[in-house]
Each structure stands twice: as structure tokens, then as C-alpha cells.
Write a protein that binds this ligand. Structure first.
Ligand code: FA5
Length: 344
């Protein structure tokens, strides 16, 4: 075949191959085939030595023109492919402003945390310190120093998860009383509240949970009386349930307080007239309290002939249940979002 025809054929093949490419990668391969070191043009250049002197520059020129054309087509195709890629990218990244948006659910603090925060705020306003204690506690602080020696029958009031003979999951927040009094060394006045989780081997039902929250209060000073206790409890009852609430104290028994009382708040639902919430008594029991037992003061280093104290322990779930008419304590722990969302 004459060299001219050969060149025409190579150009024709290159044109078709370039048109058929659909990516930069393919185009680069085509370029290597037609313009690379092993291309058909190289064979032509090698055969130039067999040509006459006159033919050589003509064939050389024609070869260069053919190569230039192929290079031009490749450049054009490269531009086309680049434009296509940009267009595709723009289409893919376009934001459709008419599409419905994603809903982001904003969380909220758990109702028990909200109630705890509210109660803390009231007491901080009265100059109380907020203390914390460990949930894994020693028997000595949970019971013994609270006037509940080993085998004391009143230990049955709080069925306990024991870890071993000396360690247990605290059954109430009262051991923080002991920890605080020991820390103060029997000398300084004490004015604390302590919120926290506690544990009991109670069967779970609508009003009992094996894990629940308490808030402990303790005041120890030289002139502390039952009247201070009553005033404090009246204030917290009004903060929690409304300013027209009243309280009443009923005699009760706790080994760590003497005298001990159960505290009732006049029913916020019926205003004390009697309804299903207060079981038609007009009163709702909310917490236990009393004057700190002398044995408890002495066991933690306070001279009971100089210091007196009052203490109380509130069940946070029970307060929340009364305030928001929640009829099952298990609702607090099942993490049903429909329940939690109601208390934003
Ligand atoms: C005590 O735990 C005493 N430490 C409270 C106290 C402190 C009295 C200081 C005197 C001085 P009690 O066992 O009654 O007391 O529990 C206090 C509150 O915890 C109860 O009024 C109730 O609201 C709540 N409570 C008790 N058991 C459970 C339970 N299984 N589930 C949910 N709440 C409970």
C-alpha cells in the first residue's frame, strides 16, 4: 500500500477510535496507540530510508500533518469529555430546594433530671451545698452509722443488694449524711442536699422500682429544731406543687431520726377535698423526715449535747408521678420517646 493511503487509513482509524471514547482514561489509551512510541507512524518513519530523496520530505510532511490532525481531534475530544464531566458533577450536586427537609429531633433533659434540678435550685437559693456519694457503698455508712447495726430488724425496711459482707448498692441517699458529717470533723454546721440513684430488691410494679432516685437533705447546727424542718418542707412542697399547698407531719419510724415523721402535702388535684389521686383523703404522702438521732450524730463525730439536726429523704419518681399524674413508675425507665417528649 502506498504511504499516502497508509496515512489516510491511520487517520481514519484514529478518528473512529477517538469518537468512540467515553472517558479520559480511554482517550489516553487511544493517544498512546496512535501517537505513542509504538504507533503505526513510527513504522512509516522507519521505512523512510527506502524512499527517494524527493519523496522523503513530502512523506515526512504528510506524516506530521496526519499526526497534527489526530492531536487536534484528541484535544477537541478531551474538551468535550471535560465539559460532560463538569455537567454531570453539577447535576449530581444540585440541591433540590423543593425536596422535603430532614427532621432533626431535639432532645430534652429527662423528667427526673428536671425535677432534681428544680429542687436543687430551691435549696441552693437557701444556702445548701449539693453533695454526691458513691452508689456502691459500705454497710457501715449505709446502715451501721445510721443507727442500724447488723441484724437490726429495721434493715428489712430496705431490702438490699449486697456485693459482699461489707459492700452493697446503697439503699438510700442517707449514707451521704454520714460521709458529710465525717468530712466536717464534728465541728462545722452542715447544710446539704444530695440527689442520686439508689437500689432496693423491691419487685418492680406501678409504684416500685428496683432502682430509683432520692434527694436527701441534712441540716446540722446548734439551734436546729423541728420547726426549721417543718418550715423547710413547707417551702419545698409549695415550690413543687403550688403556693397554696399545705403540709402535715404524721408520726413515723426511721432508725436514724427521732422523732420521725411522714410528710403529706395537701392534694394539688382536689385542693384537699378528696379525689382519686389522694385516695379521697385530701393528702398525699411525699417523703420521710425527722430530727437526726443522737446516735447518728455521735457516730459521725458530732457532740449531740451541742448539735442537733434534721434530715429528710424524697423519692423523686413519686414527686414526678404526683405532679404530672403519671400512673406507672416504669415509664421513667423504658425510654419511650413518646413519654419523654411530653416533658419539654
Ligand atoms: C428512706 O429511704 C429514708 N432514708 C428517708 C429519710 C431520710 C428519712 C432522712 C428520714 C431522714 P423510705 O424508705 O421511706 O425512706 O424512702 C424514701 C422515699 O423513697 C419514699 O417516700 C418513696 O418516695 C421512695 N421509694 C422508696 N422505695 C421505692 C421504690 N422501690 N421505688 C420508688 N420509690 C421508692
Amino acid at each position: 500500500m502506498a504511504i499516502k493511503e497508509q496515512l489516510l487509513q491511520i487517520k481514519e482509524e484514529a478518528k473512529v477510535a477517538i469518537e468512540n471514547t467515553s472517558s479520559m482514561h480511554e482517550l489516553n489509551d487511544v493517544k498512546a496507540t496512535f501517537l505513542g512510541k509504538k504507533s503505526a507512524f513510527n513504522d512509516i518513519m522507519k521505512s523512510m530510508k527506502d524512499l527517494s530523496k524527493e519523496e522523503r520530505p513530502i512523506v515526512g510532511k504528510e506524516t506530521n500533518l496526519a499526526k497534527r490532525d489526530i492531536q487536534l481531534w484528541i484535544d477537541e475530544k478531551r474538551q468535550t469529555l471535560h465539559d460532560l464531566e463538569v455537567k454531570k458533577q453539577i447535576e449530581e450536586e444540585t440541591v433540590d430546594v423543593t425536596m422535603p427537609g430532614k427532621v432533626f429531633h431535639v432532645g430534652t433533659t429527662h423528667l427526673l433530671t428536671q425535677i432534681t434540678d428544680e429542687i436543687e435550685d430551691v435549696f441552693i437559693g437557701m444556702g445548701y451545698e449539693v453533695m454526691e456519694g458513691p452508689e456502691i457503698e459500705i454497710d457501715e455508712y449505709n446502715f451501721e452509722k445510721l443507727n442500724l447495726p447488723k441484724n437490726h430488724p429495721a434493715r428489712d425496711m430496705q431490702d438490699t443488694f449486697y456485693i459482699d459482707d461489707t459492700l452493697l448498692l446503697r439503699t438510700h441517699t442517707s449514707p451521704v449524711q454520714v460521709r458529710t458529717m465525717l468530712d466536717k470533723g464534728g465541728k462545722e454546721p452542715v447544710k446539704i442536699i444530695c440527689p442520686g440513684k439508689v437500689y432496693r430488691r423491691d419487685e418492680d410494679d406501678a409504684t416500685h422500682s428496683h432502682q430509683f432516685m432520692q434527694i436527701e437533705g441534712l441540716v446540722v447546727d446548734k439551734d436546729t429544731t423541728m420547726a426549721d424542718l417543718k418550715g423547710t418542707l413547707l417551702m419545698i412542697a409549695r415550690e413543687m406543687f403550688g403556693q397554696d399547698r399545705d403540709i402535715r407531719l404524721r408520726p413515723s419510724y426511721f432508725p436514724f431520726t427521732e422523732p420521725s415523721v411522714e410528710v403529706d402535702v395537701s392534694c394539688h388535684n382536689c385542693n384537699g377535698k378528696g379525689c382519686h389521686i389522694c385516695k379521697h383523703t385530701g393528702w398525699i404522702e411525699v417523703l420521710g423526715a425527722g430530727m437526726v438521732h443522737n446516735n447518728v450524730l455521735e457516730a459521725s463525730g458530732y457532740d449531740s449535747s451541742i448539735y442537733q439536726g434534721f434530715a429528710f429523704g424524697v423519692g423523686v419518681e413519686r414527686i414526678a408521678m404526683l405532679k404530672y399524674k403519671i400512673n406507672d413508675i416504669r415509664q421513667f425507665y423504658t425510654n419511650d420517646i413518646r413519654f419523654n417528649r411530653q416533658f419539654k
